[in-house]
Design a protein around this ligand. Structure first.
Ligand SMILES: Cc1cc2nc3c(=O)[nH]c(=O)nc-3n(C[C@H](O)[C@H](O)[C@H](O)COP(=O)(O)OP(=O)(O)OC[C@H]3O[C@@H](n4cnc5c(N)ncnc54)[C@H](O)[C@@H]3O)c2cc1C
Length: 511
């Protein structure tokens, strides 16, 4: 049995990934119910692609607001409007940013789990654990009583103050950003356009995004140093000392404040994401600046990465070494986030002369110019949306064909609708051109679905090699690129992939 400790977005998505595969598990949380604080709001393209594998992307999009424009304002005046719907271009079926607050998001996931017959055990706290040779002894507290239970695997999805991480003695090195941030859900005067509005000021910075479920706006910003003491004078925080500054930046009156909170931000990555039978995911393993909107999306990515591996090893006889790939794949990405995206966004919100110059001079001039250049638009979209996230150094990544290497996310092809087969959540082979009869025979023998599309210019432009065989993982990343019959059989044997599960050959133009 698997224990998921923590029912934030990371734990809920891991639960969904296991439930959809029919894997038994238990999910607990020390809170009494789903989160009420909306916190993270940006949902990126890669997260929607992963949800699409569960058939949930459209429902989530319907609950949020598609952001297709970034409007840049400086010191209260409009500087530029950038069409970001075009930025993703042909890179993703979801070439936009979705505004969908974390509390709505968590409620949606919990309801989806309930539909699958899974209930979160609320008011249940993980107090301690001991990772043994065979399993993990976990002490839980519920209803004033403590009891120890044994689990084959423990997924620590218990947030930045993770008890799982602490009990395993895993270091959480990093630091704390200087700035104090605020987050508020507010009703503003005037319209609430479906835009991300970046408001830059000499002393402050405020991002504004619409919240569909409340018809309100989310404002995330920097508390000017001079206002910090007044804003934090009470435990709940006080918006009033910020009102003039914020209204000036936004160019709108704040008519009602539904929710307000202040917070400081750490940048930390755990020294290990795995310890024996235990894993760290989401904020338990890494925390980032909220300015780039990457934290929650990265936690969801962790969960999607681990779910199919745990399902394979825990219940389907796959080789335990499959699980060894979780840490190198996800830690490399978490570290690169802290070193790159986080730093860029952090520079823009940093206090002092450099940050002020960036906000008032460099960003307002450079951002519109840079984002009008096609190639830079693509790079920006690829970076922020996480669609370029890849695992080149993973033990699961092998081979290359065309411009696609093992570990890459499978490039999307609009005409071929080549993401549709990923909804099977199974290993599969994709071919553009003609199938090698020997690979076909091996795939058939192993029960791996083989999907075939006619060769075309779009496939070539996306980096595919004609007639090359790509073995695709259940999370849509390429495992083996340029497979022949021998390497395909060798790969499946090496990891003992779903050996008891025979899947029918299926898909568009099945061979
Ligand atoms: C004020 C604020 C604003 C933010 N804004 C943004 C943003 O704009 N964009 C962005 O990307 N990110 C933002 N973040 C970060 C984002 O909210 C997190 O990255 C995200 O919540 C991580 O999800 P998680 O499931 O890993 O952890 P959490 O959401 O922290 O969930 C952890 C869960 O574990 C439970 N738990 C903890 N300890 C135990 C225990 N011992 N036993 C049982 N259960 C336990 C907790 O109750 C909680 O439900 C913000 C965070 C804060 C605090």
């Amino acid at each position: 049995m698997i224990l998921i400790a923590g029912a934030g977005p990371t734990g809920l998505v891991l639960a969904l990934g296991l439930a959809r595969r029919g894997i038994p598990f238990r999910i607990i949380d020390r809170r009494s119910g789903p989160g009420m604080a909306s916190r993270a709001i940006a949902v990126h393209a890669r997260t929607l692609e992963l949800y699409d594998q569960f058939g949930l992307a459209e429902d989530i999009i319907a609950g949020g607001v598609r952001i297709e424009t970034i409007r840049l304002r400086e010191a209260g005046r409009a500087v530029a409007a950038i069409d970001i719907a075009g930025m993703g271009g042909d890179l993703s079926p979801f070439p936009f940013l979705l505004s969908y607050p974390q509390d709505d998001h968590e409620r949606f996931l919990a309801a989806e789990l309930a539909r699958l017959g899974v209930t979160v055990a609320w008011n249940t706290e993980l107090r301690d654990l001991c990772d043994g040779a065979e399993d993990v002894a976990v002490t839980l507290r519920h209803g004033g009583r403590e009891e120890t239970q044994r689990y084959a695997w423990v997924a620590g999805c218990d947030g930045s103050h993770s008890r799982v991480r602490e009990a395993l003695g895993i270091d959480f090195a990093g630091g704390r950003y200087d700035q104090l941030f605020y987050v508020a859900d507010v009703r503003l005067s005037g319209a609430t356009p479906p835009e991300l509005v970046m408001n830059l000021g000499a002393r402050s910075f405020a991002l504004r995004m619409p919240v569909r479920s409340q018809g309100s706006s989310r404002v995330v910003g920097l508390v000017p140093a001079a206002a910090a003491a007044a804003v934090t004078a009470t435990p709940a925080g006080d918006f009033e000392p910020l009102r003039r500054e914020v209204e000036g930046l936004l160019g709108a009156k704040v008519e009602a404040v539904h929710w307000f909170s202040t917070y400081r931000v750490d940048h930390r990555v755990a020294a290990r994401f795995r310890h024996g039978h235990c894993f760290l995911l989401g904020d338990a393993g890494h925390v980032h600046s909220p300015a780039g909107g990457q934290g929650m999306n990265t936690g969801i990515g962790d969960a999607m990465n681990l779910a199919w591996k745990l399902a394979g090893v825990g219940c389907r006889g796959a080789c335990p070494s499959l699980l060894d790939s979780y840490e190198p794949e996800r830690m490399a990405f978490a570290q690169s986030l802290v070193a790159t995206t986080d730093r860029v966004f952090q520079a823009v919100v940093s206090p002092g002369v450099a940050g002020t110059a960036l906000r008032l001079l460099i960003v307002p001039i450079l951002f519109p110019v840079l984002t009008s250049i096609g190639v830079l638009q693509r790079t920006l979209f690829e970076t922020v949306s996480q669609v370029k996230l890849h695992y080149p150094a993973s033990p699961l990544s092998r081979g290359s064909a065309g411009e696609i290497a093992g570990g890459d996310r499978l490039p999307w092809l609009a005409d071929a609708d080549n993401f549709a087969p990923l909804r099977s959540l199974s290993w599969q082979v994709h071919v553009h051109g003609e199938v090698d009869p020997q690979v076909y025979a091996v795939a058939r023998r192993l029960g791996i679905a083989l999907h075939l599309w006619p060769w075309g210019e779009a496939a070539e432009a996306a980096g595919y090699a004609r007639n090359a065989h790509y073995l695709v993982r259940p999370d849509g990343h390429v495992g083996l690129a340029g497979a022949d019959a021998g390497s395909l059989a060798g790969y499946v044997a090496a990891f003992k992939l779903d050996p008891t599960r025979r899947l029918p050959l299926a898909g568009p133009g099945s061979a």
